[in-house]
Structure formats: structure tokens, C-alpha cells
Design a binder for this molecule. Sequence first.
Ligand code: HEM
Length: 467
Amino acid sequence: QRVNNFPPGPPALPILGNLLHLSLSNPLKDFERLKNQYGDVYSIFIGHRPAVILNGLKAIKEAIITKGSDYAGRPQDLFVNAIFQGKGVLFADYGTTWKEHRRFALITLRNFGMGKKSMEDRIHGEIQYIHKILENSIGTTINPQVLFYNAASNIISQVLFNTRYDYDNDIIRVIIRCITEIPKYAYGAWATLYDHLPMIQNLPLPFREAFKSHKTLQTFISNNVTEHMRNRIPGEPKDFLDCYLDELEQRGADSSFSHEQLVGFALDLFGAGTDTTSNTLLTGFLYLMSYPDIQERCQEEIDRVLDGKSSASFEDRHNMPYVQAMIHEVQRIASVLPLSFFHNTRKDTELMGYSIPKGTMIIENLTSVLNEEGEWKFPHDFNPENFLNEQGEFVKPEAFMPFSAGPRMCLGEGLARMELFLIMVTLLRKYKFIWPEDAGKPDFTQVYGLTVSPQPYRMRVQVRMTQ
Ligand code: HEM
């Protein structure tokens, strides 16, 4: 039963709610269909639980920016909560622990070089390893998936632990498998069954893999924390873990800071920082190979701006409007976290004239803004012109929100943007990326999970003549 003035939606069945209206393995098309039927703000029942789905810039902005604090909670009784056990930031509810940890991370990551030179050096250091792999692939084709996963996880690993792993290292292979395993189960059919059928929660069903993967990641991070506790020099932090341990010492044991929180928090950053960035890179190179004219135009701009310079710096983006537009367009089309992370209302509130009670689950459909008609010149095409004005200058429309917005907005945005820019510019400067002749047509359909990724593909790499 929908309460008075609750957003409209399809009639719900007892127990199942609207589950039969949704493809649990990929509900994005169903969400689109329901939006066309019920409008930008509608509701569904996932089993007995009501959820409000937000679509389009106007509704999403009113909720997560204008009334940001009302909508900044996270549900606490989902499958992901059972996995993450209330630790960390990502799935933590609004409250002192979340606030203090989020603030600490934003400040620490900034001091550690988010937006500063030293972080650039770490990213460039990692790019050298990408070069080695690409150079070895010349004359053949390569699946870039493992490469980009390794690179993204190494960059965040250096921020957190001051460590990187060789690409054939067994530990990192296992860690990346675990990071990609959890999102596969987190918002899909198994998660829904787990949430609604308590009797299956302890059975040896496929969703157990997500718990196993989480345990492996937890052990990996706990070992790093123990090693840091043994070797750290208080007051002289080398990485995020050291900074946190210094902070913990200062705040004392009865604060929201603790060793268990640190493990959960580092796990969040590691996971959130790997899957998202690598899937964006994968989408980027897929499109650049499929649109060689756009690739060439980026290369012309890069050659011109970097002429005489040994490497790109993040500051160079201000002189590269077309490259900036291309990277933003990749993020727009990739929409790697299409449903963001679910929010929860913290009090009775309103949205576009509807009443939304406290404790309602909120699903913001970011894809609906990233391809909203009326907000983009070419909402359904891959076209960097979406981010260029008539003078060819870079402009960022308000509807560009792949990092979401408001109090819960992605806290790794600065790092992610720097990674995407430096990696794409450095690789495009040195190589031409070619869709293999025998690979058929590029397939742009996405594989759905908590994060979406392109279908696996192979690429051919040629060293550019201009270099
Ligand atoms: C292209 C890359 C990335 C994209 C598209 C992305 C996108 C997002 C989105 C949509 C959210 C949800 C915001 C909300 O709930 O409204 C989020 C949250 C978050 N992201 Fe990212 N992200 C990226 C990279 C990163 C990186 C590199 C890190 C780590 C340094 C990171 C750490 C986080 C964390 C910790 C949260 C939770 C924030 C909170 O709940 O307060 N992300 N991200």
C-alpha cells in the first residue's frame, strides 16, 4: 500500500511487491520504462520495501543537493550491509562516524597530493608499467581489462599503503578478483533474494562468494594495518594508513576512530577507487577505437600542447578543451555507477510535491541525467561537443553528475579525474589504438552490476609516428 501522497508506481503484489516488473539481473531498462509511465519520481516495492526512484536533473537536484541532508542516509538492512558489517564510509548511515571519517579522508587525500604534484608522480610512475605491457603487445592484440584494473588498484594502493604490486603478482590477482566479485552480487538478483528470504541466508548459495571475497579483502587490509602499526614512525606518515593511525592516537579509544573502522574504510577506498576508474578507462578506449576521428583530434591537441614537454601534468588540462571534453564525454556515456549507491531519507520530507516518509530507500538513476533530453546537445551519441561551447571552450553542464552530488558525493573525485586525465593523455600521446580488423563490430552493450563495464574486448596498439 502506498501511503498518502507517496509517489505513484505500478500496483504491487503481496510479498513480491513489484519484483515481477523488474529484471533483477539488469533493471535499468525497466526503470526507464516505468519512468516513461509514471514520471520522474515514482515508487516501486522491492518485496515489502518501498523505494523511490529519482530520474532527471530537476528531481535528483532537489533531493540530493537542495534537501541534501534529508536524503543523505544509507539503508542499513540490505545484503551489502551484511557484507560490510557497518564499517567504513560507503555504506555507513549518516551520523558522527560517517561525518568524521569522510572529513578526515577529504583532508588527508588532499594533503597527500589529491590535486598536488606528488600524486601526479605516483600516477606517472604507474603509467610506466602500463607502457611496458602495451609495448610487449605490439604486433598482436591485448585485452586491456586486467591492465587497467591493475593500474587503478596500484594507484589507490600507493595512496593507502605506499605499496604497488607487479601485474603478475598473485596477491593482487586475488584482490582484484575479490573487488570485482562483490559488485556482481551487491545489487543483483541474489541480493534481492537474500534480503527477502531470511531462510536462505545461511545456505551455501552463490551469494556466499561475496562474503568470501570480503573476508579475503579484510585479511589483506588487516595485514597491512598490522604491518603499519609495527613499522610506522608516529608523526611522519607515509600514506593514508599512517595518517589514520596518527589520528587514532590523538583522538583516543573512545572516539569514532578504531582499527576495525580503519580496515573497513581502507577497504571502501580500495574497492570504490578500483572498479569505477578502470571501467571508465575501458569504456574510453573502446569508444576512442570506434571513433578514430575523435582519437586523432585528441592526439593533435595533445601533441600541440605538450610540444617540448617530457610528460603531461594535470594543469595541462586547462589548455586541452577537446581532450577534457572527450574524457567527460566518456564518463557521461560510461555512467559507471548508474544507480549510484542507494540513499535513505533521514526524516519525513518532500520531493516535487510528493511526501516521502523517513526511512524510505532512494535510488537516484544517474544515467537518466547523464542522457537526459534537453540537457545535452547529443544525449544519445558519443560526442565531445556535449562539453564544448560555440567558441570551442570546455564547459561542464549541470547535468554532468557521474560522481553524484550533495553531502554523499564521491570523495575520490579529485583522484579519479587526475588518473583519467594523466593516463589517457599519456597513452594517446604515445600510441594509436586500433579496433582489430577480425573483431567484428564494437559492442557497446554494458555488463550490469553495482558498477557497469563494457563487454570484454581486445585492442591493437601501434606506436605513433609523431613520437
Ligand atoms: C571514475 C571514477 C569514479 C566514479 C564515477 C565514482 C562515482 C561515485 C558515486 C556515484 C558515488 C555515490 C555518491 C552518492 O551516494 O550519492 C561515489 C561514492 C564514493 N566514492 Fe566514488 N567514484 C569514482 C572514483 C572513486 C575513487 C578513486 C575513490 C577513492 C579514492 C572513491 C571513493 C568513494 C567513496 C568512499 C564514496 C562514498 C562516499 C560517502 O558515502 O560519503 N571513488 N562515487
